[in-house]
Design a protein around this ligand. Structure first.
Ligand SMILES: NC(=O)c1ccc[n+]([C@@H]2O[C@H](COP(=O)([O-])OP(=O)(O)OC[C@H]3O[C@@H](n4cnc5c(N)ncnc54)[C@H](O)[C@@H]3O)[C@@H](O)[C@H]2O)c1
Length: 346
């Protein structure tokens, strides 16, 4: 059985459905902040639980763990830094300690795939293409933003536990920013929000100079990467970090690409506007996905085009209601401010 923490989230809900389709037994533990996207299934055990106080029973019968739960972007991590540390570092460590203890007791390896992020490579923007540093897993990193810092701290904790328990097998998947459809949809991710704004306003706004680089990843490739790692030889992955990236785009280039896809497929003219008033775009990172291709034969080949048209078609069908932009559930910070953080801070 596979334990998927945060399995009711944007990535998790696609992953869990795929694992079930492959015949796996799955236990999801999730606080269900965004509800449950699942219909009852005889191989799905859905637990409404908080990983900050994990129950050892959640590991009964488990061979592998995909650990996705936590705060999943900068705005939520910045708004609630304490919860961010608890959910992203403490909970990750707690679950890992339980897994390591169980592996020792049963003399059986437990694989622990950790949802890390390419944001750990955030670096000051360069607008000079010639000076772009291509980030690889071997490079020293010291992220400072709340979200990426806790992701890195969690990686370090996992490696520490692995040092003490050889049957504990952690792997870090540093994913690029994901795009595409999910039963638990997010419209606060760059390609998804561009598609929503193109559909709703026929206008995309790029904040800042638009020259910042972003590594991107199709949600189906993110899911395939987890499944690949669940099956990869242990000696090739134990304690390793792998970047999972389709391609790096400059934000402005991406906006124009989205408009082109829409114009070609639907004949709809979408404008791109640049808003230089804020300091957005100050974070830029260009990340290589070569290691996972070289060492494990995995490549994330799905591009932006199909995802944009699939989202556009879903918007046209009304899958997200008549006014998705006004629905806070599709935007993590807005939804958590209205629910979990209601009455807290600004
Ligand atoms: N979406 C991306 O672009 C992206 C990119 C890189 C890394 N990641 C990482 O991948 C993971 C999944 O991302 P996502 O987009 O699906 O996020 P998401 O916000 O949609 O899902 C997170 C899920 O975790 C649950 N959760 C949060 N704290 C919990 C706790 N303490 N105990 C149990 N459940 C809890 C929430 O209810 C939610 O269902 C996250 O760890 C995120 O940081 C995401």
């Amino acid at each position: 059985m596979i334990l998927v923490s945060g399995g009711a989230g944007y990535v998790g809900s696609v992953l869990v459905k795929e694992l079930l389709a492959l015949g796996e037994e799955v236990r999801v533990v999730d606080t269900l902040w965004f509800g449950s996207p699942f219909a009852p299934h005889d191989r799905l055990d859905l637990v409404d639980g908080d990983l900050r106080s994990p129950s050892p029973a959640w590991l009964d019968g488990i061979d592998s763990i995909v650990h996705l739960s936590g705060l999943s972007n900068d705005p939520t991590a910045d708004f609630a830094p304490e919860l961010n540390s608890e959910a992203n570092v403490y909970a990750t460590k707690q679950l890992a300690q339980l897994a390591a203890a169980r592996a020792a007791r049963e003399s059986k390896a437990i694989r622990y795939l950790f949802a890390s992020t390419c944001s750990v490579y955030y670096a000051p923007t360069t607008t000079d293409e010639a000076n772009v540093t291509v980030m690889t897993e071997e490079m020293p990193i010291a992220p400072t933003a709340n979200y990426s810092k806790t992701k890195r701290l969690a990686e370090v904790e996992l490696l520490r536990i692995a040092d003490q328990q050889p049957l504990f097998v952690p792997v870090m998947l540093r994913k690029g920013t994901i795009f595409g459809l999910s039963p638990r949809m997010r419209f606060d991710l760059v390609v998804n929000v561009f598609t929503l704004h193109a559909w709703r306003h026929k206008l995309l706004t790029v904040h800042g100079h638009g020259e910042a680089w972003r590594p991107l990843l199709h949600i189906r490739d993110a899911v395939d990467a987890y499944i690949h790692l669940l099956n990869a030889p242990e000696e090739k992955i134990r304690g390793e970090a792998f970047n999972v990236v389709h391609k790096n785009y400059r934000v402005l280039e991406l906006a124009h690409w989205v408009t082109e896809v829409i114009e070609q497929k639907y004949g709809v003219d979408v404008r791109v506007r640049r808003d230089r008033s804020g300091n957005a775009g100050a974070r830029s990172y260009f990340v290589s996905g070569d290691k996972i291709a070289r060492e494990l034969g995995f490549s994330a080949d799905r591009g932006v085009t199909d995802a944009v048209t699939a989202m556009w078609d879903a918007l046209e069908r009304g899958d997200f209601g008549p006014e998705p932009e006004g629905d806070p559930r599709f935007f993590n910070i807005r939804w958590l401010k209205e629910t979990l953080f209601a009455g807290v801070g600004a």
